[in-house]
Design a protein around this ligand. Structure first.
Ligand code: C2E
Ligand code: MG
Ligand code: MG
Ligand code: MG
Length: 289
């Protein structure tokens, strides 16, 4: 998270450097309070099939509206991970995601919701049993709540992460590998993961139309992932040309601002209605199927 922040050169807040500052202590207690007061928000971003044009799912992304101008979501997650607040935070996210999926179902949208999971969660001894209990109480969501984990974060504790993910997967949680190609990948490790889907990191997608090297890497990744039986999602697709290129390359799904920014629940519902009724407003690459 903070590495990514540095990369963009826009980190106004450095959790690791001022771990004990008054500012940070304030933020931590405010985050704890925000969890208690239910003042965090969960946004949804659609994921769309490049072959059918259908919306195949939504990714849930945390927002802290009061701090929107101060902290990016990945920085909020960093702080939560460093303070143990990631445990209640992830549980809040999961419970929200279940409620949102119920809401989508009520409106006739039977699509999955993907939740980002921290490696710290996989280290909680009671996490798999908590998830299992939760999913058993809501059988209608069985198999439609997906976990996204990043390859890099799992490498902190590969054996335990693998065990926890296998247990979760055996209990009906599909797994996606997030940010593929952004860090040090260990393909021998990835192939052991009970994952169905690989999400190619935005850093390889943003300049796809202009960088031949990125096209080689992305094409090779798509082909390799398909041969290994994964479906492939491209993250961070912002323009039509990139979407067309990805379709020609055989990529299965896209996510990105071209389709929609992450949206609050009601706006996501409006977006779904619009995408169904006015395909003409939809990016051309998807409308012409
Ligand atoms: P991620 O899981 O890889 O999520 C994708 C990020 O890319 C999101 O940033 C999303 O808003 C952004 N994005 C999507 N499409 C585009 C695009 O076309 N262009 C650009 N420039 N950006 C795009 P966001 O919401 O700021 O989240 C950042 C990261 O924070 C996430 O990366 C994820 O690692 C983490 N995160 C967010 N919510 C949660 C959560 O509830 N739990 C955990 N553990 N991590 C979370
Ligand atoms: Mg994700
Ligand atoms: Mg990602
Ligand atoms: Mg990411």
């Amino acid at each position: 998270g903070s590495e990514r922040a540095k990369e963009r050169g826009m980190a106004y807040y450095k959790p690791s450097r001022d771990s004990f500052s008054a500012d940070r202590l304030t933020i931590v207690s405010e985050l704890r309070q925000a969890l208690i007061n239910n003042s965090l928000a969960l946004y949804l971003q659609p994921k769309v099939s490049l072959t059918s044009g259908e919306v195949v799912g939504m990714e849930a992304l945390i927002r802290w509206p009061e701090k929107q101008s101060q902290l990016r979501p990945d920085e909020v997650i960093d702080i939560a991970e460093q303070t143990g607040l990631i445990k209640p935070l992830t549980r809040w996210v999961l419970e929200q995601a279940l409620a949102m999926r119920s809401g989508l179902l009520e409106h006739g949208w039977n699509i999955g919701i993907a939740v980002n999971i921290s490696p710290n969660n996989l280290r909680e001894p009671d996490f798999p049993s908590y998830v299992q209990r939760l999913m058993r109480s809501f059988p209608k969501h069985q198999g439609r709540i997906t976990f996204e984990v990043t390859e890099t974060s799992m490498m902190q504790d590969p054996a335990n992460s693998l065990t926890a993910l296998k247990q979760l997967n055996a209990n009906g949680i599909p797994v996606s590998i997030d940010d593929f190609g952004s860090g040090y990948s260990s393909l021998s490790y990835i192939k052991q993961l009970p994952a169905r889907e690989i999400k190619i990191d935005r850093s390889l997608i943003t300049e796809l139309t202009t960088r031949a090297e990125d096209r080689v890497i992305v094409q090779t990744s798509i082909d390799m992932c398909h041969s290994l039986g994964y479906s492939v999602v491209a993250e961070g697709v912002e323009d039509e040309h990139t979407a067309q290129l990805l379709r020609d390359m055989g990529c299965d799904m896209i996510q990105g601002f071209l389709l929609s920014r992450p949206l609050p629940f009601n706006d996501a519902l409006d977006w779904l209605r619009q995408s169904a009724s006015q395909m003409s407003e939809f990016p051309e690459v998807l409308a012409n199927q």
